[in-house]
Design a protein around this ligand. Structure first.
Ligand code: GYE
Length: 336
């Protein structure tokens, strides 16, 4: 009898340890090799959203370039636009005991638990590009753009451009990823100014997930359902697009439908080369810069934190606005 219980116990322990090992193994994203720790080098675990736009691709490049220049080793994960993949990646960074974690939160909510785990593991975290809604003691600081200011800058251009127009001005908004801080802020920053001028009416607002394909799809739908640049019989006087990829998509649609982009005011955000070219060709009226080159500043913050120093709660990138009134000959290549 005793030997039977002993045998059952041994089997149970064996099964339990197999389950445990496989759970740990499953927690580690498969596209990550355990990093060869290069002597003395800081290891930064970086979780990126994906590669949904030329802006995002340049953002990732900037971070790898700066890490190289600063002798910082990166453990990189591309979350393919999924928050669950980011949570998995951050947990794997904790397992690997990286020195610092930095991540671009695809949406603003749902990070408390994993950041608590990083804190319990003694690994500092920097939030990059987009903001999060969570207990601020769970991360060291934020580096990125000020979406409110970007939205406000877009509205500021529009108010000036339309200062002599008395009639109603109908606005269509192509919004970014729902529940992302950047879409929320670009929408709020824009409305914070135009709400002072009753002539401005937002007659349509839809989430295009920052994708070129969605920008085209939404514009195709508007044109096919309304027989042109109209919404329920109202003319579309302005298109406010939260990023250049969606803007390039709507320009594709206008071109395919033989509608001149000059028949409406178009405002975009990011300032990738293709949209700056479209601006200089008169297809767009204003492009608000969102600077993707966060790499150098991020590495400065990583080194500071790893040395046990404090970093600012918020570090905003410097950004500018490009408009149809500029002297285009002064423009520098954008690099993305
Ligand atoms: O505007 C867009 C990208 O988070 C600021 O994400 C970033 C935005 C950027 O998809 O192109």
């Amino acid at each position: 009898m005793k030997s039977n219980i002993k045998r059952i116990l041994i089997v149970l322990i064996a099964v339990f340890s197999i389950v445990l090992i496989s759970l740990i193994y499953l927690a580690i994203p498969k596209n990550q090799k355990k990093p060869e720790v290069q002597d003395g080098k800081l290891i930064l675990g970086f979780s990126q959203i994906g590669s949904e736009s030329a802006w995002r691709t340049r953002n990732t490049q900037s971070i790898f370039e700066a890490a190289e220049q600063n002798g910082i080793q990166i453990l990189f994960d591309d979350a393919q636009q999924k928050q669950e993949n980011q949570l998995k990646a951050i947990r794997s960074f904790i397992v690997y005991q990286v020195d610092v974690i930095a991540f671009v939160p695809i949406v603003s909510g749902g990070w408390d638990n994993v950041l608590q785990e990083a804190k319990d593991a003694g690994i500092p975290v920097i939030v990059v590009d987009r903001q999060i809604d969570c207990d601020q003691t769970l991360y060291a600081g934020f580096l990125g753009e000020n979406g409110l200011e970007e939205g406000y800058a877009a509205a500021n251009f529009l108010v000036k451009k339309c200062q002599n127009r008395l009639s109603d001005i109908n606005i269509v908004e192509f919004s970014g990823t729902e529940n992302s801080s950047v879409a929320t802020e670009r929408a709020e920053g824009f409305r914070s100014l135009i709400r002072n001028y009753p002539k401005f009416k937002i007659i349509y607002s839809q989430d295009g997930d920052f994708l070129r394909s969605r920008g085209k799809e939404m514009m195709d739908q508007i044109i096919s359902q309304n027989g042109g640049l109209k919404i329920n019989g109202k003319s579309i006087d302005v298109i406010y697009s939260h990023n250049d990829s969606m803007t390039l998509g709507l320009l594709d649609s206008l071109e395919n439908n033989k509608i001149s982009p000059r028949s409406t005011i178009i405002i975009s955000i990011d300032a990738e080369q293709k949209c700056i070219d479209a601006l200089t060709q008169g297809k767009l009226n204003c492009v608000v810069e969102c600077n993707p080159n966060l790499g150098p500043t991020l590495m400065e913050l990583v080194k500071k934190i790893a040395a046990g120093q404090q970093i600012p709660r918020v570090t905003y990138m410097v950004e500018k606005v490009f408009t149809e009134y500029d002297d285009f000959s002064t423009y520098e290549p954008r690099g993305y």
